[in-house]
Design a protein. Structure first.
Length: 449
């Protein structure tokens, strides 16, 4: 923990929105929605409790000690507390502001500081470097190096959650949507709108096929698709990790890229990215030169499911040959859905994915109990808060097994990886597959059969 608690207190006083701190009525509605409170039963591990801690620091009633930092770190940032809050407290903004102040005064170990600097400042913001990362991961996966690493037991040097992630990691690629399609893909038939696709950083490296299918699905639905070459990382991991200045710099790059592309809408296929994109206006509200453009950008951000329903010319979807072979003639495949927290709680889009899934013929949708509760991924939370993440995932998988689904669908890459880990741990791989909603829908466009 920082050695300068007084400096932290003073910075929190000037950084945190005091109106939001005082808006909290301490009603406790947030507790039933908070995964960490449900797991621990501790008041300080609830949104109400954490806001009380923040306010106590700002009011000089307590010192921001190590226990304070640990509670701020323990929060998933899922923001499930916000939709149920009768006072509409922007808890997520308070959490980001607090983490930003704490990070300013945190004395990390040398290797942690090095990793943060490399990833946050030297890799994520630069697409060419992300492509190099993708090429390196692809070589690791395809040249036999991965088999050697596993056979020699080298992976045992890493924490269990990292080993689990390595085991289910999708095939990486250095050839993303821009390298595949160029900067423009025309609509099939008359265009209904001109959309800009936000390709992301990790999405375009680890979920390349999902990004490609997103472009093709949008074109099938009647959208002219623009892929601005100068776009960058959304900045979500930066914002959630106390690197708000870097997040703001990335936001400005993206706003400029999409504004110059002259698009009607900006489409995201990752709930975590979309949640920050739609709040660029808040992120830059104190910057008079960027505020107007940030508002223009934020009002045009749409999740892929929502824009398909609201504006698209939807194709017909039906179970494909593989589905029918999976369950046998005359039967329907069963699917279920795990909400992306940020898509549901920030972008407020939980019905659109379900609406689309229910349009697929010969498919039976089963609602997952607790689908609105975080899976424990939360960006890099499953790597830095392993115990809590594992507990949450274990309980999540209890409900997943009850669905007897053939496909577990989600709308966010982090959730998708976490669900793959859960399926692997529960040895359900021969019965169930975790897939992104875009991949599920594109592979079942009826005209493609």
């Amino acid at each position: 923990m920082s050695q300068a608690p007084n400096l932290i207190t003073e910075r929190m006083k000037t950084t945190l929105d005091y109106d939001q701190l005082t808006n909290c009525m301490r009603c406790g509605f947030c507790q039933a929605a908070c995964p960490t409170f449900i797991e621990t039963g501790i008041e300080a591990a609830s949104p109400r409790g954490r806001i009380a801690l923040m306010k106590a620091v700002v009011d000089d009633l307590m010192t921001p000690d190590q226990a304070f930092r640990e509670q701020m770190d323990l929060c998933l940032g899922c923001r499930a507390c916000e939709p149920v809050c009768p006072a509409d407290v922007k808890y997520g903004h308070l959490l980001e502001q607090t983490r930003d102040v704490l990070e300013e005064h945190e004395e990390h170990r040398w290797w942690v500081k090095g990793v943060r600097n490399v990833m946050f400042k030297q890799v994520f913001p630069y697409q060419k470097r992300m492509k190099l990362l993708g090429r390196g991961l692809s070589l690791y996966q395809k040249t036999g190096l991965r088999a050697i690493v596993r056979k020699t037991g080298m992976m045992k040097l890493f924490p269990k959650n990292m080993r689990d992630m390595e085991a289910i990691m999708p095939e990486a690629s250095a050839k993303g949507v821009l390298e595949t399609f160029g900067t423009f893909v025309p609509a099939k038939g008359k265009a209904v709108a001109r959309v800009g696709m936000f390709r992301g950083c990790l999405m375009d490296v680890l979920f390349t096929e999902t990004n490609r299918n997103t472009v093709k699905l949008l074109a099938e639905a009647g959208f002219d698709v623009v892929i601005p070459e100068t776009q960058s990382c959304c900045g979500a991991l930066h914002a959630h990790s106390g690197e708000l200045d870097d997040a703001r710099a990335l936001a400005k790059l993206n706003i400029r890229a999409f504004r110059e592309a002259n698009v009607d809408y900006i489409v995201s296929n990752a709930g975590g990215c979309g949640a920050l994109l739609v709040e660029y206006d808040h992120l830059l509200h104190d910057d008079p030169e960027a505020a107007e453009d940030a508002k223009w950008f934020a009002t045009r951000v749409k999740d892929i499911s929502l824009i398909l329903l609201e504006k698209g010319r939807l194709p017909q979807f039906a179970a494909n040959h593989e589905d029918k072979a999976e369950v046998g003639t005359g039967e329907s495949i069963t699917i279920t859905y795990q909400d992306s927290c940020h898509l549901r709680n920030v972008m407020r889009s939980s019905s659109a994915p379900r609406n689309l899934m229910n349009r697929v013929a010969d498919v039976r949708f089963v609602e997952l109990k607790g689908a609105d509760r975080c899976c424990g991924s939360a960006g890099i939370y499953n790597l830095v808060q392993q115990d809590m993440s594992n507990d949450i995932l274990e309980h999540k998988m209890e409900h997943v097994k009850e669905t007897n689904a053939h496909y577990l669908i989600t709308s966010n890459p982090g959730c998708l990886l976490q669900m793959k880990v859960g399926i692997d741990r529960e040895q359900l791989g021969d019965k169930m597959e975790a897939v992104h909603i875009v991949d599920f829908l594109y592979e079942r466009i009826k005209s493609r059969e």
